[in-house]
Design a protein around this ligand. Structure first.
Ligand code: SF4
Length: 480
């Protein structure tokens, strides 16, 4: 029986037909790319910095247990508390318990992918606690009842007209096309929520083990208010977010903002060391760090896929991915989207449910070229596909015909004579489908390939034949 999952195929189709989404993505894609490229161009030796970031992550993962233990003791020394959560449920239970102990009725939140991953908003809301997103993009999508569709720009899929309509529906705001006006309006609402909040929840960009420092990047000042106005601050971090020292932070400081939005530095960088101390005027009375595993230990123990944990959630791979830029984040169906989502999600959740993700990729390699920590995302994608194909109980979402075709192709590549024969046959078979420089009306199983793109015919002479005899190509290859 075929086990093809059509979930992402169906959601992609819907995304491609959504004109508002296409308009929003069409505008945002080139902008995000040019901002990232301009930001990286201001670095002296960007490649060396990316190599350094990769090395720091590799070394940290090799002694993650030691780093996390050090982080825990430094935070405790400074009066903070640390909670370990093996799963999303456990993390939510810890946060809910903290909210109850603090008699929290109202919670403000900063943008955080870890809290999206565990679904903390739902967990708190189900217990009667109001949760308010305070990042402007998150504020918008919370009103829309949607998850974020981009790591750095969660409301990237919304047009300004849609945002205005949301404000009108929820708050009776006057319709407007002016983004500054809408921002001012949101700020007025959010100020009141900050002042009334009992607890603030944020994610963590980096946690410095040697000093017990929680580092948070932002552009709107909302995280500063979330971490300092309410009585209690709870920070939720995936266990891979720890780095050894402040010197290492310098490497990531220079890369993260540039990779996400092209900024040399985000507008606000907060370095937090525990709760407010005697004599200090600002800060929460209590600070709690929730360290989330939720499948990360399993990834750490897998040498082939461990590199997944090097991710600093900058979103550059999304902004450059030709698939993401066509279908947006929601089509992936999980908290993390784009290339990093396609490799991370199947390792975090039940892999059957996310089996289609590693296939939602053209393996073009654009993501690996821009990743600030040089994660080889295409290699990870192929490794996951191979595992799906090899798994007897779950051979992945590809069809029998596709698998048979790939096996035949692999055999042909192993045997040059067979390859030449297949190649000759294909050149003959393609003739009835040729219209100028395109192949059209292809029969199954090739039909889908031609449905949304121009499929070029095979050239009269194959590439290897043309390059035979050229420098560096010593082998005699039959000319066709
Ligand atoms: S995989 Fe690399 S490019 Fe993508 S979000 Fe993570 S760090 Fe950024």
């Amino acid at each position: 029986m075929d086990v093809r999952s059509d979930r992402i195929r169906e959601s992609s189709r819907a995304a491609l037909e959504d004109r508002d989404l296409q308009r929003a993505l069409g505008r945002a894609g080139p902008l995000l790319k040019s901002m990232r490229n301009a930001g990286m161009a201001t670095l002296d030796r960007p490649e060396a910095l990316r190599e350094r970031a990769h090395a720091v992550k590799r070394e940290t993962m090799a002694r993650l247990d030691e780093m996390l233990t050090l982080l825990e003791s430094r935070i405790k020394e400074q009066g903070g508390q640390v909670h370990w959560a093996r799963s999303a449920d456990e993390a939510n239970r810890v946060i809910l318990e903290l909210a109850r102990k603090n008699r929290a009725r109202s919670v403000v939140k900063g943008k955080s992918m870890a809290t999206e991953e565990i679904g903390v908003n739902d967990a708190l809301s189900r217990s009667g606690i109001d949760v308010f997103e305070t990042d402007l993009g998150e504020f918008i999508i919370q009103l829309a009842g949607e998850p974020p569709s981009h790591i750095a720009a969660p409301a990237i899929h919304k047009t300004r007209q849609q945002v205005s309509a949301l404000f009108a529906r929820h708050f009776g705001a006057e319709p407007t096309d002016s983004i500054p006006e809408m921002t001012r309006f949101a700020r007025r609402i959010l100020r009141e929520r900050f002042l009334a909040a009992d607890m603030g929840i944020t994610g963590v960009n980096f946690a410095v083990a040697s000093t017990g420092t929680i580092v948070l990047f932002e552009n709107e000042g909302n995280i500063r208010l979330t971490t300092s106005l309410p009585r209690t601050h709870v920070a939720v971090m995936g266990m891979e977010k720890v780095i050894p020292t402040l010197e290492d932070l310098d490497v990531f400081l220079r890369l993260l903002g540039r990779s996400a939005t092209g900024q040399k530095l985000p507008s606000y960088v907060s370095l937090l060391n525990g709760p407010r101390r005697t004599g200090e005027r600002d800060g929460p009375e209590a600070f709690h760090l929730v360290i989330l595993d939720n499948g990360r230990t399993r990834i750490l123990g897998d040498p082939e896929l461990r590199e997944t944990l090097y991710c600093i959630k900058c979103s550059a791979c999304l902004s450059f991915c030709p698939v993401y830029l066509q279908i947006g984040g929601h089509a992936y169906g999980w908290a993390y989207s784009g290339p990093i989502g396609s490799v991370l999600t199947p390792q975090l959740v039940d892999r059957k449910r996310a089996c289609d993700l590693p296939y939602a990729c053209t393996l073009c390699g654009a993501c690996a070229e821009v990743c600030p920590v040089k994660i080889d995302l295409p290699r990870l994608m192929v490794a996951l596909r191979r595992r799906y194909q090899e798994s007897p109980e779950w051979p992945g979402p590809s069809s029998r015909v596709e698998r048979a075709g790939m096996e035949l192709y692999a055999k042909a590549l192993e045997h040059p004579a067979l390859y030449r024969l297949v190649s000759r046959l294909a050149r003959i078979v393609q003739v009835p489908f040729r219209r100028g420089d395109r192949l059209v009306h292809l029969p199954p199983p090739f039909k889908g390939w031609a449905a949304h793109r121009a499929v070029r015919p095979l050239p009269p002479r194959p590439f290897h034949s043309r390059s035979a005899g050229s420098p560096g190509h010593p082998e005699e290859v039959e000319d066709e």
